[in-house]
Design a protein around this ligand. Structure first.
Ligand code: GLN
Length: 448
């Protein structure tokens, strides 16, 4: 299985889905084989898996798609990596990503862009584009990404696979390199609800090494059409505008399928969503500016020291090591936190965050699950938004609010839109109440 996987990875090199291979994979595979031969039953015995390059796996390089960590080797395993290996999975490589998970297209990696296998002139989405492509191009059956504002769900939609962002605290963040700690969550990509369930049952659950980890043992099972009967589905009105024709028709087909299976479908308004993008970026960037202060060349990563004093060394290290988008976010984040601006920006964004969470909670009094498109459009062309940060940020309109509210959400591959003669996948997003992650896989299985 491992050599077959390595051959697939080799054949797909043009997609640039990986940053590095795990040199310890053969040893892991041997260890799994020995355990199985000794009579152990392992839920993921021998399953090859790729994880995003911001997840530490001991002995692998963990670069976060950044030049500043180009030579950083992980001295320990993230909890998710440890759990996967305990369950018998073999981590074969580390996936390409937008630098420090900041982006929506996987174009900002120091390792170059990842290509969308459906149309290589288009982006796979981001920031977990490499992990999404690994599953879409059938390099591995499952992979892990991280989702701070949509980075699992949007690339899942752009590449035609499932992508789950669990409830904040459901999956341990220990060993995940921090971008915006109050929003970050690790989530899986897969090609079926059943595969998602298999991997969630392994990676979810309480971890004493993550202070925000919740006590909620995973009980994931893919559902059947019978499970859809009586389900109360709310379509978020604010997500119905600005979609392409193919996204609109895919949403309608999905809603028809739900009605056909006996679910009730009604519209619901969450008015504060129009402030979600502004609030998200004014929270994510300040948190990032604080988290990324540690890359000073003294404790982590490469150091740039042409005979300089400590301040000059730190300045040169960060100037040389961080790409433009990361620098922009550190600047904006620092500005929004500084005295005199804190109240005008950060503190206002936090109030909107509270409002959004409240409005979601109110909607869940009447609905079991909410639905929106995952993105207003299918995969866009490489270069189309990379020189226009605001256009790039606006692409996250359907996903960021879920992280602000800490909710679980799943992007389901639900249809296609043909643009310029190319068939592109379209994803539909289902949102559940806190800790009702399981319901999303019940629903996804029912729709398959
Ligand atoms: N595109 C969003 C951002 O750039 C989300 C990224 C993510 O979820 N990691 O912040």
């Amino acid at each position: 299985l491992l050599s077959d996987t390595l051959a697939r990875l080799d054949a797909a090199q043009n997609l640039n889905a990986l940053i590095s291979l795990n040199e310890g994979a053969a040893q892991q595979a041997d260890a799994v084989q020995a355990r199985v031969l000794a009579g152990e039953t392992l839920p993921l015995a021998g399953v090859p898996i790729i994880v995003k390059d911001n997840i530490n796996v001991r002995g692998t390089r963990t670069t976060c798609g950044s030049r500043i960590l180009a030579h950083y080797t992980s001295p320990y395993d993230a909890t998710v990596a440890r759990r996967l290996m305990q369950a018998g999975a073999v981590i074969v490589g580390k996936a390409n990503m937008d630098e420090f998970a900041m982006g929506s297209s996987t174009e900002s990696s120091a390792n170059g862009p990842t290509l969308n296998p459906w149309d290589t002139a288009r982006v796979p989405g981001g920031s977990s584009g490499g992990s999404a492509v690994a599953v879409a191009a059938q390099l591995t059956p499952v992979s892990l990404g991280s989702d701070t504002g949509g980075s699992v769900r949007q690339p899942a939609a752009f590449t035609g696979v499932y992508g789950l962002k669990p409830t904040y605290g459901r999956v341990s963040r220990f060993g995940l390199v921090a971008y915006a700690s109050s929003l970050d969550q690790i989530g899986p990509f897969a090609r079926s609800a059943e595969d998602l369930a298999l991997i969630m049952n392994v990676i979810a659950g309480h971890d004493p090494q993550d202070a925000t980890s919740l006590h909620a043992p995973p009980e994931f099972v893919a559902g059947t059409p019978d499970d859809l009967r009586g389900l109360r589905v709310g379509v978020i009105r604010e997500s119905l505008e600005g979609n392409t024709a193919g996204v609109e028709s895919t949403l309608n087909t999905t809603l028809d399928a739900l009605r056909g299976a006996g679910a009730s479908v009604q519209e619901v308004s969450i008015a504060s969503l129009r402030h979600a993008i502004a609030a998200y970026y004014l929270i994510a960037m300040p948190e990032a500016s604080s988290n990324l202060a540690r890359y000073d060349g003294m404790t982590y990563g490469d150091r740039n020291t042409p005979g300089a004093d400590v301040n000059t060394s730190m300045t040169l290290t960060r100037e040389h090591g961080f790409g433009r988008e990361v620098q922009r976010r550190i600047l904006i984040g620092t500005y929004a936190l500084s005295s005199g601006y804190y109240d005008a920006y950060y503190s206002k964004a936090m109030k909107i965050r509270g409002l959004i969470a409240q409005e979601f909670a109110r909607a869940f009094a009447d609905f079991d699950v909410l639905v929106t498109p995952t993105s207003p459009f299918p995969a866009f062309r490489r270069g189309e938004k990379s020189s226009d940060p605001l256009a790039m940020y606006a692409a996250d309109v359907d996903t960021v609010a879920i992280n602000l509210a800490g909710l679980p959400a799943l992007s389901v591959p639900a249809g296609f839109e043909t643009i310029d003669g190319v068939r592109l996948p379209v994803g539909i997003q289902f949102i559940a109440p806190t800790l009702k992650d399981e319901l999303l896989l019940t629903l996804a299985g029912g729709l398959e």
